[in-house]
Design a protein around this ligand. Sequence first.
Ligand code: BG6
Ligand code: MG
Length: 220
Amino acid sequence: MIRCCIFDLDGVVVDTARFHFEAWASLALDLGFRLTAQAAEATKGVGRMESLDIVLRAGGLEGRFSPEEKQRLADEKNARYLAFAAHMTPADVLPGVGAFLEELRHCGVKRALGSASKNAGAILDRCDLRRRFDAVVDGTQVSKAKPDPEVFLKGAEALGMNPAVCVVFEDAAAGIEAAARAGMRSVGVGAGAPLGRASMRIASFEGFTFEKLCREIDDI
Ligand code: BG6
Ligand code: MG
C-alpha cells in the first residue's frame, strides 16, 4: 500500500541540479581547477557545506581554508546558484511532474517534499509549487545531510505516515540511500539516475502514473 510520496526537489521536480553544478564548477575554476563530472555528481543531494568539502577535496584543497573562508566560499557558490535560479518560473517544473502530483491528490495519496536545499522554499514559490505539497521539509529543518534519513523521516512524520507506506523519488545516490535507511522504497528519477537500492527507475515523470507505480513496486 502506497499512501505517501516524498519528492526530492533539485533534479526531480525542477531542473536546478544543473544550476548547482554550474555554480560549483565556476567556483572551482576560480580556485584553479576544473571540477570533474564525477565530483560534481557526488555533490548531488548532499548539503551545501558537505558539497563544498567534496569540491575542495576534488581540487586537492582540503584543509586549506579556515571555517570563515569556507563559509565565504559556500556563500559565493550560493549567490551564483541564486543568480541562475532567479529566472525560474512555473514553466521550469519538469515535464509530467504537475500531472503526477495532481493524480496523487486525486487518489488521496499524500505528497511531501524532502530536500537538502536551504533554497527549497524560494524555488517552490518561484515555480508556484508550494500548494502542491502537503508537507515541506527542507535544508533549514534538518541537521543531518542525506544519506542520513532525517529529511524523509521528518516528511513522513509531518503527515503521520509510517515509512513502510512511503515512496521516495530521487535523482541522487545519497538520496536513494537515505530512503533505504528510512525504511522507504524509492524510485530513481532521470535516465542516468543511479539505481543503488531503489526499487525502480524512470527516465522522467512524462507518462508516469500512480497506477504504474503501484503495479511496479506495490507488492515488493
Ligand atoms: C540538494 C542539491 O538538493 O541541495 C545539492 O542536490 C545541494 O546539489 C543541496 O548542494 C543544498 O542546497 P542549497 O540550496 O542549500 O545550497
Ligand atoms: Mg536531487
